[in-house]
Write a protein that binds this ligand. Structure first.
Ligand SMILES: Nc1ncnc2c1ncn2[C@@H]1O[C@H](COP(=O)(O)OP(=O)(O)O)[C@@H](O)[C@H]1O
Ligand SMILES: [Mg+2]
Length: 212
């Protein structure tokens, strides 16, 4: 059976698709990775289309499938059979669909940009993971290396007992440019800071993702 990692965050633009694509691309050389696009915007499918075009040049293959939210359980079972890790890019608003995606998860990752508005918008997503008794980890995204906002976001999350990973993704154009090419930063700029961040994130999640 595959490990199922659902990336959930009610707030649009938080970095769900970015996180799924970057983790999937980084793990693809050593694992059988699938990514399930449950978001009607289907940006992961677009990334996969670009990836197929780029694949001759760089990158390892992975499965990207899309499905409507209510079918997420069936689709995960299907993908679990022949993959090691299944990532789910869940939709921002649809309550029922997000719930199904969270329920199916071995781990829920919640990308969060360190601003008060983003923090306040994250409450329902954390509550959902708790209601479904799923382990949850917050991943700070577009995070500065240091600063007041970062500190206060971490403090407030600690107060609400939401586990935050030490590894965070900075605000780097490499994330967007790699995706435009259908790649992850570990493929497009493996020696860059962004790739280092992605590898650190994977290392911190070794309990679920395994050791490379
Ligand atoms: N760490 C980052 N650094 C720079 N840009 C980012 C980062 N994370 C996300 N973005 C950009 O922010 C926008 C929203 O990210 P996206 O992954 O599509 O969020 P979501 O899927 O949650 O709506 C995209 O344009 C993406 O390229
Ligand atoms: Mg998205």
């Amino acid at each position: 059976m595959a490990i199922v990692v659902t990336v959930a965050q009610q707030k649009g633009g938080a970095g769900k698709t970015t996180l799924v694509a970057q983790l999937a691309a980084a793990l693809a050389p050593t694992r059988r990775v699938a990514a399930l696009d449950v978001d009607p915007q289907a940006s992961l499918m677009r990334w996969q289309a670009a990836r197929k075009a780029a694949l001759q040049a760089a990158g390892a293959g992975l499965t990207v499938a899309e499905c409507a939210g209510w079918r997420v359980g069936t689709e995960i079972s299907r993908l679990s059979r022949d993959h090691d890790i299944v990532f789910i890019d869940s939709p921002p608003h649809a309550e029922t669909e997000a719930r199904l995606a969270v329920r199916a998860a071995d781990l829920v990752l919640v990308p969060l940009q360190p601003t008060p508005l983003d923090l306040w918008a994250t409450g329902p997503t954390l509550a959902l993971a708790e209601a479904e008794s799923r382990p949850v980890r917050v991943v700070l995204n577009r995070a500065p290396a240091r600063g007041r906002l970062l500190d206060s976001t971490r403090e407030e999350l600690a107060r609400s007992q939401a586990p935050v990973l030490a590894a965070a993704l900075g605000n780097r154009s490499a994330y967007a440019t790699s995706m435009q090419r259908g790649l992850g930063v570990t493929e497009s700029a493996p020696r860059g800071l962004a790739a280092e961040e992605v590898r650190a994130l994977i290392a911190e999640l070794a309990d679920w993702l395994g050791r490379p």
